[in-house]
Write a protein that binds this ligand. Structure first.
Ligand SMILES: Nc1ncnc2c1ncn2[C@@H]1O[C@H](COP(=O)(O)OP(=O)(O)O)[C@@H](O)[C@H]1O
Ligand SMILES: [Mg+2]
Length: 161
């Protein structure tokens, strides 16, 4: 996929993206909590791809909470990076499952519910933005995905000779 990188405020992507999940969360007994940094630096990124990352993580979080729960979306930053954090209080994952989640077509879901592509797409997008993904999970307690995007992406250097 070609990328169109521009200056992006991650908070806007989150606000726009979550709007479409509000009624679904309410219907499914999921409390949606936003905790967005008020002074988030912009990053150089493809907004459509950031949207895709958010959607894929949020869909997984919702699917992990069939009996309701709490979905928390946070943004924060430090000197070097801007983070998107998606946290749920769902079923969680075993170590064995966690090892495989980024493998294309790996899924623990019923046919029709999951294709196993969501997190491999997230991984591809985050890599192309030189970002990193941190995952924490506990069976029966929930999962936390943190995506860190570097604040400065060095421009591609053209060889002059
Ligand atoms: N928030 C989460 N809670 C529990 N398990 C998760 C979560 N996110 C991802 N997983 C696990 O990772 C697997 C792969 O996720 P993904 O690539 O999005 O594919 P899919 O959702 O289609 O199964 C899921 O099938 C599930 O086992
Ligand atoms: Mg998925």
């Amino acid at each position: 996929m070609p990328t169109t990188k521009t200056r992006v405020n991650l908070n806007l992507i989150v606000e726009e993206g979550l709007y479409f999940f509000e009624s679904r969360c309410a219907q499914e007994g999921i409390e949606l909590v936003r905790s967005l940094s008020t002074d988030l630096p912009e990053i150089t990124a493809d907004p459509a791809q950031l949207h895709q990352v958010l959607v894929n993580l949020v869909v997984n979080a919702i699917q992990a909470m069939p009996n309701g729960g709490k979905l928390t979306i946070k943004t924060l930053s430090d000197q070097a990076y801007v983070s998107l954090i998606v946290e749920d209080t769902g079923i969680g994952m075993s170590e064995e499952i966690m090892k495989q989640i980024f493998i294309p077509f790996f899924t623990t879901k019923e046919v029709g519910e999951g294709t196993g592509l969501g997190l491999s797409v997230v991984h591809g997008i985050v890599s192309s933005h030189k970002g990193v993904i941190k995952v924490e999970s506990k069976i029966g307690a929930g999962s936390r995905f943190e995506i860190r995007f570097p604040i400065t992406i060095r421009p591609e250097k053209k060889e002059s000779k």
